[in-house]
Ligand binder design. Structure first.
Ligand code: 13P
Length: 251
């Protein structure tokens, strides 16, 4: 099954308005000839509409870095799916390990966010990943299974077909310590097999599973060459137009 690659940049809590517009414009310039892959940017909430505006004539997709399950209301500090859509977003990163670890979001909350995104027509990018402690204790696959089953509880086959999964081992994020291509492929194949148990096989075969964690210009090609790695979720290297352009132009 051939899956369309998805190269995503997560800007995390970086960029002022001016910096974001400049970076988006630079990335826009190097993505014009890419017809066989999707490119997505997840800027901070404050610049979603500016970035969408800068890239309005490009095919680059825009995502928020989180999303609430309600359309509006008393949820101070949250952003609703409708707000994301109105700012030009079509997707939302959900359950990023920084949300889980620093802001104590659990699988139940992540699951509510996934449902919220789907209900309002946003593509959920569900992040999963084990800590170093969990990996060293041999608990990697168990933790990932809990995150997949928990994050997707109650999600229909239709919903799953629209969802993207991102495997980001916590120990590889921002550390310069990438998972080896074998480690990443092992997990991706495991997740796909799990999805085939939970849904139909053709859905599991079509879902895109991204790898994230210290993806850079030197490792993107070998990661993308793995059978079950369908894209990358890039942090640090996505804040530099030159390196992100090289990444989205992986061969
Ligand atoms: P780095 O690429 O900086 O390791 O970050 C990965 C990440 O968390 C993307 O969501």
């Amino acid at each position: 099954m051939k899956r369309r690659p998805l190269l995503a940049g997560n800007w995390k809590m970086h960029t002022t308005v001016i910096e974001a517009c400049h970076l988006a414009a630079e990335i826009g310039k190097c993505s014009t000839a890419l017809d066989d892959r999707d490119v997505l940017l997840a800027p901070p909430f404050t610049v979603l509409s500016e970035v969408a505006h800068v890239l309005k004539d490009s095919k680059i997709l825009i995502a928020s870095q989180n999303v609430c399950w309600e359309e509006q209301g008393a949820f101070t500090g949250e952003i609703s799916p409708t707000m994301v859509r109105s700012a030009g977003g079509t997707a939302a990163i959900i359950g990023h390990s920084e949300r889980r670890q620093i802001f104590h979001e659990d699988n139940e909350m992540v699951n509510k966010r996934v449902h919220g995104a789907l209900r309002f027509g946003l593509t959920p990018i569900l992040c999963i990943g084990e800590t170093l402690e969990e990996r060293e204790g041999g608990g990697t696959l168990k933790v990932l299974e809990e995150q997949v089953r928990g994050g997707l509880a109650g999600v229909s086959s239709d919903g799953m077909a629209k969802t993207v999964v991102a495997y980001e081992p916590v120990w590889a994020i921002g550390t310069g310590k990438t998972a080896t291509k074998e480690q990443a492929q092992e997990v991706h194949a495991f997740v796909r097999k799990l999805l085939a148990e939970m849904y139909e096989k053709d859905i599991a075969d079509s879902v895109r599973i991204l790898y994230g964690g210290s993806v850079n210009v030197n490792n993107v090609d070998e990661l993308m060459a793995q059978a079950d790695i369908d894209g990358a979720l890039v942090g640090g290297a996505a804040l530099n137009a030159e390196s992100f352009c090289r990444i989205i132009n992986f061969t």
